[in-house]
Design a protein around this ligand. Structure first.
Ligand code: 13P
Length: 249
């Protein structure tokens, strides 16, 4: 009932010349059996959206401001991302929580702004290694979920990405048992808050060192509806096998 989603996050990588990777992804997946989303640097959103217009591949952003407009130098409003051709935005990525001191209340306000502008919000959660080692993973994830996800969340406009901070960019992947525990916990908590229909419809992505050689084992885990892929989304050579593994799951 939940359509699978392969999402990429290019982070602060990519120039106009790299958009040929989108052509290669589209050519490799003419009729994808999963939703495909690439969240690009803001500078690339408009040309990328034009490039994918005739394909199912969608373009997203990596952050938005919570206000609709105003005196916020350097920030971008959700409506401006929509205007540029984005259909989704990553919110509360751990790199933004760390680099820009974003707390969950801010992430929630951004998710509300994204939804009001018509964007899908991909809300990120994840524990640090110190929090996991101290046995606090579910407590931390539960608190982030409760405070970051707006009451207006729905399966159509809200995606949750579980990205353990210690697995991002490290090549260190959570075990399938660890992923199953957190995703099962997230599903139960969403259903408790939003009811079976909405709580059961919100997609749960895993993120953190997802690569072609480990994707299939991750996608076999119950309640993993796809992935949020960093480094391995930068090239079609790496991203296409991950898409194929998701389609086959
Ligand atoms: P990596 O896949 O490079 O570990 O990054 C994961 C991530 O942070 C996606 O948002």
């Amino acid at each position: 009932m939940r359509r699978k989603l392969a999402a990429g996050n290019w982070k602060m990588n990519g120039r106009l010349a790299d958009l040929d990777q989108l052509d290669r992804i589209m050519a490799a997946c003419p009729a994808p059996a999963a939703d495909l989303l690439l969240c690009l640097p803001a500078t690339l959103i408009h040309p990328a959206a034009a490039r994918v217009a005739d394909h199912a591949l969608r373009i997203g952003a990596q952050d938005c401001h919570q206000a609709g407009a105003g005196a916020h130098t350097g920030d971008i409003a959700a409506g401006q991302l929509m205007d540029a051709g984005a259909s989704a935005v990553i919110l509360g990525h751990s790199e933004r929580r760390a680099d820009h001191q974003e707390d969950s209340a801010t992430v929630r306000a951004k998710a509300e702004a994204a939804q009001a502008a018509g964007l899908i919000g991909v809300i990120c959660l994840g524990e640090t290694l110190a929090e996991r080692d101290a046995g606090h993973t579910l407590e931390v994830i539960g608190a982030q979920l409760d405070a970051s996800v707006p009451d207006s969340a729905t399966g159509a406009v809200t995606v949750i990405a579980y990205e353990p901070v210690w697995a991002i960019g490290t090549g260190r992947i959570a075990t399938t048992e660890q992923i199953a525990e957190v995703h099962g916990f997230l599903r139960a908590r969403l259903i408790a808050r939003f009811g079976a229909a909405t709580g059961g419809a919100i997609r749960l992505l895993y993120g953190g060192s997802v690569k072609p050689d480990n994707a299939a084992q991750i996608f076999a885990v119950t309640d993993v509806d796809g992935a949020l892929v960093g480094g391995a989304s930068l090239t079609a050579d790496d991203f296409c096998p991950i898409i194929a593994a998701l389609e086959a799951s």
